[in-house]
Design a protein around this ligand. Structure first.
Ligand code: NDP
Length: 473
């Protein structure tokens, strides 16, 4: 018997993905550089399905039916290149290598082009949901050629999460599109988490609620429009008590957030594409600020506002509105980046279908994503989710509370960079006139960078150092 698919790299992700495939009745070849992992997998979970363990790359490749589908689940970066170089010479035209790791989409584009030259398909597949998702059904974002998706898609759809019977897996687009979308997904995740963290902080310091009480607030929110995996686990974390000290768990954890880099990539890429993603950027920066222990220690004595708690009983409702409106902004910014990337690289990404496959399996799964799917179904070319009828109404209804929350944060000196930047973005988009006109004037003054006018075509320059007449540039 041959295996329908193979997985090399059997750490947590690869092992669970292989088990997921086997549990769905797909004979799966398994291989790992250190064969102890392969043995352990078969010993512990061999009864879950058909595993074909291989000690060597040659054995592994020989055990796969054609076209060969070889999933690489190793450490992202140089190890991925090393593994590709190890296996590619053993493959034949039409076979495919699937990289399920967290690769940068530029690496995926490079690898895809190189393997295409050699007659092989290369699929960069974003996989979200962590190790639990890999085992029980992740959200999968495969890139690569349409032809490769024909051979691979049904298998991936089979093992992906399902929402209302629909698989949380769809062909994203050519070459690096899948890893690009996975990257932005992670960026949105950063933003979502930051907004939730700020909401907690405000409930604590403006409304004076204890962590257990805030857990209850989040539980209530989780029954409404904010219903999501992240809100659900937030309530769990806030309700948890540290066994050693009896204190709220959240009070004994060191307040320095870490990151692996996909949020940073999202922001770096957005800068390159010229897409404003302030919500994601502030989330990345907020983690960065938290980690600057020396800077924070040196700044501890800086004066804060003289007023303390000010919030009334309706403050939690206001925070819910601010959070919802800011969340809409976060997703609007993320989807803007996806559409800009799609245009830049000619990927033709269907934004609505990305929202659909994020509804299950991944960290940002939420009922909310159905709304986004509906927004793109109503208008696939909408320039921003904010103008969708449902979202525009929700933000319009929330805005007074949103402003009050941001103002409260500023007044009492609680940092709320995510909520604040989201509001500033909203107000920037809706502004009749932006002070960018003044910026243009300054640029023309010091650098003769020229400007355009509102009342006629052309490019102009004012002779600032002379008689200040305007000339055609
Ligand atoms: P790790 O990222 O910890 O990688 C360990 C695996 O890589 C082992 O199988 C190891 O083999 C193999 N490996 C490392 N270097 C080499 C090399 N030079 N040649 C051959 N094999 C090598 O594993 P994870 O399971 O955590 O993640 C796998 C991929 O999935 C990563 O790209 C990760 O970013 C991504 N991912 C992880 C998620 C998670 O929640 N952990 C979620 C989504 C994606 P050996 O046993 O011989 O050391």
């Amino acid at each position: 018997e041959k295996a329908r698919i193979g997985v090399t790299g059997l750490a947590v992700m690869g092992r669970n993905l292989a088990r997921n495939l086997a549990r769905h009745g797909h004979p799966v070849a398994v291989h790992n550089r250190t064969s102890a992992r392969t043995k352990a997998l078969v010993e512990q979970f061999g009864d879950e399905g058909t595993f074909l363990p291989a000690d060597t790359p040659e054995e592994f490749v020989a055990s796969l039916e054609r076209p060969r589908r070889l999933v690489v689940m190793v450490k992202a970066g140089a190890p991925t290149d090393a593994v590709i170089e190890e296996f590619a010479p053993l493959l034949e035209p039409g076979d495919m290598i699937v990289d399920g790791g967290n690769a940068h989409f530029a690496d995926t584009r490079r690898r895809e082009a190189a393997l295409r030259e050699r007659g092989l398909h290369f699929v960069g597949a974003g996989i979200s949901g962590g190790e639990e998702g890999a085992l029980h059904g992740p959200s999968i974002m495969p890139g690569g050629s349409a032809e490769s998706y024909e051979a691979l898609g049904p298998l991936l759809e089979d093992i992906s999460a399902k929402v209302d019977g629909d698989p949380c897996c769809a062909h994203v687009g050519p070459d690096g599109a899948g890893h690009f979308v996975k990257m932005v997904h992670n960026g949105i995740e950063y933003s979502d988490m930051q907004l939730i963290a700020e909401s907690y902080d405000l409930l604590r310091h403006a409304a004076g609620l204890a962590p257990a009480e805030i857990a209850e607030v989040f539980r209530t929110w989780n029954t409404g429009r904010l219903e999501s995996y992240l809100i659900e686990i937030t309530a769990e974390v806030l309700a948890h008590t540290d066994a050693a000290t009896g204190k709220p768990f959240v009070d004994v954890v060191l307040d320095q957030a870490e990151q692996k880099g996909t949020g940073r990539w999202t922001v770096q890429t957005a800068l390159d594409l010229g897409v404003p993603v302030g919500g994601i950027a502030e989330a990345v920066f907020a983690r960065s600020v938290s980690g600057h222990a020396v800077l924070r220690e040196a700044s501890r004595h800086l004066p804060g506002p003289t007023r303390a708690k000010v919030a009334g009983s309706s403050f939690a409702d206001a925070v819910e509105k601010a959070l919802y409106a800011s969340k809409i902004v976060a997703y609007a910014q993320g989807f803007h980046e996806i559409q800009a990337g799609s245009a830049e690289y000619g990927w033709n990404i269907d934004a609505g279908s990305m929202a659909a496959i994020w509804r299950g399996g991944c960290i940002i799964r939420a009922g909310f994503l159905d709304r986004i799917r509906a927004a793109y179904a109503a208008d696939p070319h909408t320039p921003t989710l904010l103008t969708d009828a449902h979202f525009a109404e929700a933000v319009g209804d929330a805005q007074d509370a949103w402003r009050e929350v941001v103002a409260t944060a500023a007044r009492i000196g609680v940092p709320a960079p995510g909520l604040s930047t989201a509001l500033a973005y909203y107000d920037s988009l809706r502004a009749d006139r932006l002070p960018a006109a003044l910026t243009q004037g300054q640029r023309d003054y010091f650098g003769a960078h020229t400007y355009r006018r509102t009342d006629r075509e052309g490019t102009f320059h004012t002779l600032w150092g002379g008689d200040r007449t305007e000339v055609d540039a």
